[in-house]
Design a protein around this ligand. Sequence first.
Ligand code: ADP
Ligand code: ADP
Ligand code: ZN
Length: 216
Amino acid sequence: MSIVLLGPPGAGKGTQAKRIEEKYGLVQLSTGDMLRAERKSGSELGRKAQAIMDAGKLVSDDLIIEMISRRIDQLKGGKGFILDGFPRTVPQAEALDRMLAEKGLKLDAVIEMTVDEAALIDRIAGRFSCAKCGASYHDQFNRPKTDGVCDVCGATEFTRRADDRPEAVKIRLKAYREQTAPILPYYRKKGLLHPVDGMASIDEVGRQIEAILGRP
Ligand code: ADP
Ligand code: ADP
Ligand code: ZN
């Protein structure tokens, strides 16, 4: 099974992708996480993406499409994947269809997570994640069970993203409205789009997604 999680920054895509990984055995493919790893490694792609990401703008379609195509090839023979943060433009959605057809794969569902803009700003402002495994937390809404210790891997180092500052967040929300939201009708026409209420609790959103995907 291969699915797309679609929604604005802070909608809860990464949080739900981790749950789906555990329940369904799919692999999370987050283009944001991949780009952050490229930056950390100091690769050419990482250097190209750095300033664009920190400003809250989108990295060019060509770079992203090539990066994701390579990762999908590495997963051959697995149970499938969850695309998180990709596609983000109509050309990326079209390229994904072509790429999957060439590889003999197809999308099973596109899950649209809707959240009010005011709530997104609060979610992003309080977001932090485990420096070791990437598990996502929130100062108010999703604290680790023991303060300062990651629930998933036990690490004690956490990070906050440079692009989670308010000026960059405004630009990212604008990029979502202008460049990513036009993908919604593209998938609706194909009958693949399933909306979920992203304003609900993390567990409730998880249940809505499981109702769409069916039994693992
Ligand atoms: P969020 O989880 O807040 O939606 P991401 O971690 O997915 O943010 O993305 C962080 C940044 O990485 C984006 O603002 C953008 O600069 C870049 N990026 C990630 N995915 C894509 C993509 N599919 N196309 C272009 N840029 C991307
Ligand atoms: P995205 O990957 O879409 O950018 P994240 O999964 O990183 O979003 O979630 C953004 C922030 O909001 C994180 O701090 C996360 O812990 C928190 N969060 C995620 N889902 C919910 C929810 N349903 N209710 C409240 N907070 C949430
Ligand atoms: Zn961890």
